[in-house]
Design a protein around this ligand. Structure first.
Ligand code: SF4
Ligand code: SF4
Length: 184
């Protein structure tokens, strides 16, 4: 009878689906687990990951930041503020420097804009807080005692210095091109 046949077919299909489901569960019992138990295990992130922001120092242990405001101007959410000041020898620095991490979207534009490599994003992503006000970081919270991703770079050795000798003699400066050498 057709009704009896259809019922038998549905029962068979149901049984097959059930066995397939159990089989899938069974074979996963013998697979290596891929779950990472955070926070017991913290996966090391690539150095270029964009999380906690720091202010770095140059190899002379001076603050790299010259308070040029470029990071502040490039920040799409306006969460960086500072006040510039000048030392007796003419070197500029930030009298205070503040980042409101509750607004930061970790886009990295401040790092891109910085001419001195002072401001850098790091892979440290554990920045969550219950109290929003604790997410406002001052200069003393941001300033570290190393150079971050580039330990060697010192802005003052590249820019704003009087160079003796011919053009192209400065650190990593390309020799001038003789345009006439390109003429046919
Ligand atoms: S990472 Fe982006 S949002 Fe955060 S401070 Fe820098 S520019 Fe602003
Ligand atoms: S962190 Fe960089 S871009 Fe921002 S004010 Fe300092 S030197 Fe300028």
């Amino acid at each position: 009878m057709p009704g009896e046949k259809n019922r038998l077919l549905r029962v068979t299909e149901g049984l097959v689906a059930l066995i397939q489901g159990f089989w899938t569960t069974f074979i996963h019992l013998f697979r290596k687990p891929i779950t990472e138990e955070y926070p017991e295990y913290k996966r090391p992130l690539p150095p270029r990951s964009r999380a906690r922001i720091i202010l770095t120092r140059d190899p002379d242990f001076e603050e790299r930041c010259v308070a040029c405001y470029l990071c502040s101007a490039s920040c799409p959410v306006s969460c960086i503020s500072m006040q510039s000041a000048e030392r007796a020898d003419g070197r500029r620095y930030a009298a205070w420097f503040r980042i409101n991490f509750s607004r930061c979207i970790y886009c990295g534009l401040c790092e891109e804009a910085c001419p001195t490599l002072a401001i850098q994003l790091t892979p440290d992503f554990e920045t969550c807080q219950y109290d929003l006000l604790t997410l406002v970081a001052e200069k003393e919270d941001l300033l570290v005692d190393h150079g971050g991703k580039n330990q060697e770079y010192n802005y003052y050795r590249y820019a704003g210095v009087l160079v003796d000798g011919d053009k192209g003699g400065h650190i990593q400066e390309a020799r001038p091109v003789n345009l006439k050498s390109n003429l046919p």
